[in-house]
Design a protein around this ligand. Structure first.
Ligand code: AMP
Ligand code: ZN
Length: 486
């Protein structure tokens, strides 16, 4: 179908992409933990997978894209408290109010960044029965044990015949020597063991009945359960940010092998981090800028506001496996670049044609496809696309020529690539807000008043009639002329 190659973290090399059951592709991406607004680091990961999803669709694959919502089980570092429970406790609201607020907010953000919605967006709390069932089968196979109302995965037992650490390239000896013994972990046989089910202390808000008493599931479990339920025991692509390789994805592999008897994933894809001055962008460091802050410019690190398409363009100008450093200068350059691209896309509709072409549209197209086939190399593909931008200006100036047939191909291909694959849209028309409409109307009404003052009634009437056709009704009164939108 295509010559697509992808970098598989599991093999640490670029491989030809061969889906298990073409043309179907199962894609699972770890979604957000909905306890706060996402920051633009999170957004980068979701935009990267949106590009990957869009390109697979464009290749003709029938993709089932599952991206979960983590609404329970994600513990705060070094503590037994759930991130959502903590927020609910501090604000004195129901955990599900926290979940609802930030899920809605996340959807708005994804819409603003023009990210396509996944085919299925399952939640951890919606799959508790399946999680309990998986724990039971892992206990049955001898790779998990109950201790004092909690259930832990037995990494040492698993590691006898399996390779715990194969995804992240760690070995258990190093892991043990790097593990600190924390309070509350004394029930574990080994510090490497991770919780499948945690006993809820009386003050813990989010808890459910289980064969082991009141408790809640461990974070890693939900992704094993939901990916298997919707994509099968072995599916094509599992994605997430690099920081999830260990322990989250390593634990997912172990759980699936122990409970379902199969390696869950053929291709593991990991996105690199959005950084600030070289360090991972994160909320706790004060560098976790939210999309809202970017769009309003209200953050100490920002010198101006940026629209979501500028940010999307900025992100796509880096390969998803490279780090991308955030700075105002880089965003300003992206703003200019994106504007030039959008202007060229608009100008493409209005270019003079000739009997022959001096530009090679088919070659441009094949270079762009080649770049995308090379592990979704969007920066190279965008660099090629800027040849089109150059051509548009040269053709306008009569320094290059294009036939009508080539122009049609260039228009169709550019639109498909820029709008459908890169997911960039022209914000100039979309951002016509009420203030701008009002400003425009005042200007038109002034021109009409001038015409009336000059006794040019036919122009004044023609403006009124044309506005009426567009749905603007105008009324001349003592106070001046007003308008309403029908
Ligand atoms: P979380 O809500 O913390 O589970 O994160 C959601 C997704 O965002 C995960 O795939 C993380 O790997 C990813 N992520 C977190 N921080 C960054 C960052 N600075 N740059 C890129 N991706 C990130
Ligand atoms: Zn996950």
């Amino acid at each position: 179908m295509s010559k697509l190659k992808v970098y598989n973290t599991l093999k640490r090399e670029v491989e030809e992409f061969q889906p298990i059951d073409p043309p179907f592709v199962g894609l699972y991406v770890c979604g957000p933990t909905v306890y706060s607004e996402v920051h633009i680091g999170n957004v980068r990961t979701f935009v990267s997978f949106d590009l990957i999803y869009r390109y697979l669709l464009h290749q003709g694959y029938k993709v089932r894209y599952v991206r979960n919502i983590t609404d329970v089980g994600h513990l705060l570092d070094d503590s037994d408290e759930d991130k959502i429970s903590k927020k609910a406790r501090l604000e004195n609201i129901e955990p599900m109010e926290v979940v609802q607020r930030y899920t809605l907010d996340f959807h708005k953000v994804m819409d603003a960044f023009n990210a396509l919605p996944p085919s299925i967006e399952p939640t951890a709390t919606g799959h508790l029965i399946e999680q309990i069932e998986l724990i039971e089968s892992i206990i049955d196979t001898g790779f998990a044990y109950e201790a004092n109302g909690s259930v832990y995965f037995d990494v040492e037992a698993y590691n006898r015949d399996n390779d715990y650490g194969k995804l992240s390239g760690r070995n258990t000896d190093d892991l043990i020597s790097n593990t600190r013994d924390l309070d509350g972990q004394s029930d574990k046989r080994s510090p490497l063991d991770f919780a499948l089910w945690k006993k809820a202390e009386p003050e813990h808000i989010m808890k459910w009945n289980s064969p082991w008493g009141l408790g809640f599931p461990g974070w890693h479990l939900e992704c094993s359960v939901m990916s298997t339920k919707y994509l099968g025991p072995t599916f094509d692509i599992h994605g997430g940010g690099m920081d999830l390789k260990f322990p989250h994805h390593e634990c997912e592999i172990a759980q699936a092998k122990a409970g379902y008897g199969k390696d869950p994933v053929k291709y593991w894809l990991h996105t690199n981090m959005l950084t600030f001055e070289g360090g991972k962008m994160s909320k706790s460091e004060g560098t976790g800028i939210t999309p809202r802050e970017l769009m309003t410019g209200e953050h100490p690190l920002l010198t101006q506001a940026y629209d979501p398409m500028t940010i999307r363009f900025f992100m796509l100008q880096a390969h998803y496996r490279s780090t991308l450093d955030f700075s105002n200068e880089a965003l300003q350059a992206a703003e200019k670049g994106n504007k030039r691209l959008m202007q060229a896309m608009a100008d493409l509709n209005d270019l003079p044609t000739s009997d022959s072409s001096s530009v090679d549209v088919a070659d441009l197209r094949s270079r762009i496809v080649q770049a995308m086939d090379d592990d979704f190399n969007s920066p190279i593909a965008i660099a090629h696309m800027f040849e089109m931008v150059k051509w548009v200006n040269l053709i306008k100036d009569g320094k290059e020529t294009i036939t009508a047939a080539d122009l049609k191909e260039l228009q169709e291909f550019s639109s498909m690539f820029v709008h459908d694959v890169l997911g960039l849209k022209d914000e100039r028309s979309a951002s016509l807000d009420n203030n701008k409409v009002d400003g425009l109307m005042q200007m038109v009404l002034e021109i009409r008043n001038e015409a009336k003052t000059n006794r040019d009634f036919s122009t004044a009437d023609s403006i009124r009639d044309k506005l009426a056709q567009l749905g603007f009704e105008i009324k001349d009164g003592k106070e001046g002329t007003t308008y309403t939108i029908k």
